[in-house]
Design a protein around this ligand. Sequence first.
Ligand code: ATP
Length: 493
Amino acid sequence: MSKNTDELFKNVIAHAKEYGFVFPSSEIYDGLSAVYDYGQFGAELKNNIKTYWWKSMVQMHDNIVGIDSAIFMHPKIWKASGHVDGFSDPMIDNKDSNKRYRADQLLEDRIAKLDEEGKTSEAEELQVEMDNALKAENLPRLRELIIEQNIKCPISGTTNWTEVRQFNLMFSTRVGAIADESDTIYLRPETAQGIFVNYLNVQKSGRMKIPFGIAQIGKAFRNEVIARQFIIRMREFEQMEMQYFVRPGTQAQWFDKWKETRLKWHPALGTDAAKYRYHEHTKLAHYADAAYDIEFEFPFGFKEVEGIHSRTDFDLSQHQQFSGKKMQYFDPEIDPATEKPYGNYIPYVIETSIGLDRMFLLTMINAYREEDLSTDEKQDSRTVLRLHPCLAPVKAAVFPLIKKDGLPEKAREIMDSLKLDFNLQYEEKDAIGKRYRRQDAIGTPFCITVDHQTLEDNTVTIRHRDSMKQERVAADQLDKIIGDLVSWKNLLK
Ligand code: ATP
């Protein structure tokens, strides 16, 4: 990471804390590693991102519906899904520092270093060796590669490594009051299974016809061993997932469609399309027959924000087997090849899964600007979040010019008429310039100032965040001016 991008990232993290977007969790107890809390503006921004996703996935598709399933689920679900046996990372410990690392990430870092040093063929060779070892789940080979590459623990500086072991990422807890009789259950590591086990309930109660989708937003939990890069890798995070159920044999075509649709969704928020790329998985998860990530170029490099996976009929078949309940769908449509109905089958599934927290960070980084506003007369600057107006936590701030002469009362009256539609802030402290800066820092698109003239003709000044231009408008026009800019229509069309 160059100094500039490193500094930019640090500044965004500091800004997120200073202005009430993201706080380290349990901060007064020195924090809890890889867990974060969203503050007053962070919660608003996060909700707005969720709304955008939900509206574009559910509201804009008449064959996609949304659910909200519980975090706790029957423990057999995680047996069936393969997570109890297979949801693990290969870990290695350094015996001198007692620090634990992901074996594959140590090798990935090494590959990146070789690349940096221009040793491209060595890097490629190591990549292939590592991929093969991961595919074959050959843990001793992963260790050998670490030793061969002379990879040292960054803390102890030694190569005194343990064996490589698989470490399950699921958190478990117990339900029921009596310890002996209680059952181990897991905190879900993905929201997807809540959709699969409800697929028939939704299909029947909603009379859904294939192809159809079920969407859900919710928390997921993973005991990530290496927590890095702020809210990129957390132990408690939120996913926005959609599972699309299709006729067997059509999955490749739907996979391509969702891959494209999801990539197009991102730049609508004003992010530079050039900062996105696809990454094709070489090592497929146990359930997938194709998988692409959508990656975004963060200041520290490209990172996955969303996964598009062709999950075959793996999950539904497994649940049919483990639960003993039929997961079949009856398709009455006529197959042109046989001129008979397609009949009973277990649908195939295309999944789109986006990390809300990574989306949040991407949005913050993309919006964050340090702007020099100096003129010949004076030095000046501002920090502004150029958030898409639909996403802005506060849509407008209302200021009385001064705290007397009935201006606060008039400002409150205007505020009361607008707050039915928009999230607003009222501010009367400090000079107007300072109030503008505070609103710029949280990304508020409009500041409305009430002055003495307002009392005479019911006009106000409205100041635009991005252009910083001010204009005088009738107060009764405000709901239209604000409404036009922050309308979801702007994004969804
Ligand atoms: P990674 O390879 O980065 O660990 P993954 O491939 O395990 O991610 P998926 O299981 O495909 O991730 O989950 C879908 C999305 O959930 C990811 O694209 C990411 O945005 C988000 N996500 C996954 N793990 C985390 C985490 N620990 N913290 C925050 N977001 C996460």
